[in-house]
Design a protein around this ligand. Sequence first.
Ligand code: SF4
Ligand code: SF4
Length: 134
Amino acid sequence: MTTSTPIVAGRSCGTCTLCCRLPEIDEFDKPADAWCKHCVAGQGCSIYAARPSVCRDFLCLWMTREDLGAEWEPARSHLMIYGQGPQITVLADPDQPDLWRREPYHGQLKAWAGEMAPAGGYVIVFWRDEVHKI
Ligand code: SF4
Ligand code: SF4
């Protein structure tokens, strides 16, 4: 879950803290869909300057792919998306039922899966205990 791709000009995490909540993080024994113990509501990371490399190196695709429109901003979409080898992984907010199945998200996820399929790629969505391969 790391990237060295530059941040698209004008984008920032802003108030989004999805990557402090949705992914499992082994370094902290943090399960999926639970707040990191270092995340303070309304303030963000309490150990920002000393946050581990797993946090420091991570950027979601909205931060690095210029072709993603404003609807993909995680604070708005409630979807955290990132590249992982031949796949695009989507972590969906557990409080937002079926959001990833709605448009424009579902159509775009299907299109990405179709584009990546010839090279063995796919899109995989995690929502609560559900896993959906597209
Ligand atoms: S999900 Fe993306 S925009 Fe949100 S905090 Fe993580 S890197 Fe930043
Ligand atoms: S250490 Fe900080 S940046 Fe990393 S998941 Fe926890 S709150 Fe977020």
